[in-house]
Design a protein around this ligand. Structure first.
Ligand code: UD1
Length: 377
């Protein structure tokens, strides 16, 4: 029987990172299975992505749901361990930095199953961010570290990771974007929402540091209100943020502002369509910093740090912190037509997943030994 490669996804950003890897691996003589941990479980946070990205139904659904970090991580570890013991994969593929990613990597390390980490090596150097802990732990114990940018290779080297484990492959989320952009443009998303191209700003917020604290969220809202005087702000709201807006009593203030439009979380294609035609994107997401760089759309990142520096040094991203005055200044600069031009980072060329598939196949075929040669493309 051909070797089994098991993919683990759990939360929204995982889906677009893993979908093209599964697609590329399907061209090799391997068995492929998918585990969904159930960290994200709503239709809008999960199912719709499977539909739009053409991902197969998960072979295993763990149903862990929401909870504290320990609860969520622990439940994934307990449930996934059973699947790993039963299925005995030759390799497990995980992506990104969510709790499900780290939990899966720990299970693999303890069971001596090789784990490949897609999007390895990113560092914000901010240990208060749950994702930073997830990234560091996952990278330290994974076997194949598949990086999206050269800075990520540097971070891993500095942490003492052996060179033979590190592969600069490019960005699989951008593979997905390039594949689906033509379809996204056919969705009539702007028409449905009554928007015109370049006629709005797009906002997303969900980082705990921005939305779990009433003072922090209110300050950001001040900046958004100012920007909304000049340009309508479209705000698809993450469930975490929706809850906080309500519990901090900010719902009325936002809903009554004629310049701010709250939406439920959007599907992948609708969001991509909105991003591609936005005049400006404001976000605290990691992936959106990358997607706006790939699209050449100006992005203001409402955080003090980023684990994706290539979007600043090469792309359209500006790290502008959370201080309202600075956010407004940077938005005004863009409104006056002075946005960063940016260029597409190296290997964000739509072929990252193909490189990964080649590496994974060679690794598995060779019985899990390193070193293996780098793909030649
Ligand atoms: C998680 C990831 C974050 C990623 C984000 C994308 C971690 C530590 N965080 O954050 O890195 O950027 O996903 O969305 O893994 N909820 C629902 N429906 C769902 C999922 C969640 O209502 O389908 C609500 C729950 O009340 C939950 C809250 O959202 O408590 C937060 O979900 P959780 O998975 O804990 O983290 P995210 O904030 O989504």
């Amino acid at each position: 029987m051909s070797p089994l490669v098991l993919h683990v996804v759990g939360a929204r950003p995982n889906f677009m990172k893993i979908a093209p890897v599964m697609g590329a691996l399907s061209n090799y003589p391997l068995r492929i299975e998918l585990v969904h941990t159930g960290q994200h479980y709503d239709f809008a946070m999960s199912d719709v992505f499977f539909e739009e990205l053409g991902m197969p139904r998960p072979d295993h659904y763990l149903g862990v749901g929401s909870g504290s970090h320990a609860e969520q991580t622990g439940k994934v570890m307990i449930e996934l361990e059973k699947v790993l013991l039963e299925r005995k994969p030759a390799l497990v593929v995980v992506a990104g930095d969510v709790n499900s990613t780290m939990a899966a990597a720990i299970d693999c390390a303890k069971l001596c199953i090789p784990c490949a980490h897609v999007e390895a090596g990113l560092r914000s150097f901010d240990w208060t961010m749950p994702e930073e802990i997830n990234r560091i732990v996952t990278d330290r114990i994974s076997t194949l570290l598949l990086t999206p940018s050269r800075d990520a290779n540097e971070n891993l080297r500095r942490e003492g990771i052996p060179e033979e484990r590190i592969f600069f492959v490019g960005n699989t989320m951008i593979d997905t974007l390039l594949t689906h952009l033509p379809r996204a443009r056919e969705q009539n998303t702007l028409d449905r929402l009554g928007l015109s191209p370049k006629g709005y700003a797009l906002l997303t917020l969900h980082r705990p540091s921005n939305v779990d604290d009433a003072h922090a969220l209110t300050r950001l809202l001040q900046a958004i209100e100012e920007i909304a005087k000049h340009l309508p702000v479209i705000f698809p709201v993450h469930p975490r943020t929706r809850k906080r807006i309500k519990s901090f009593g900010l719902g009325d203030r936002i809903e009554k502002n004629p310049g701010i439009r709250l939406l439920d979380p959007l599907s992948y294609l609708d969001f991509l369509a909105l991003m591609a035609e936005a005049f400006l994107v404001l976000t605290d997401s990691g992936g959106i910093q990358e997607e706006t760089t790939a699209l050449g759309v100006p992005c203001l990142t409402l955080r003090e740090n980023t684990e994706r520096p290539v979007t600043i040094t090469e792309g359209t991203n500006v790290l502008c912190g959370t201080e309202p005055r600075r956010i407004i200044e940077e938005a005004e600069r863009i409104l006056q037509g002075n946005s960063k031009r940016g260029r597409i980072p190296e290997r964000w060329d739509g072929r990252a997943s193909k490189r990964i598939a080649e590496i994974v196949f060679r690794f598995v075929e060779g019985g899990g030994h390193l070193p293996i040669p780098e793909p030649s493309f």
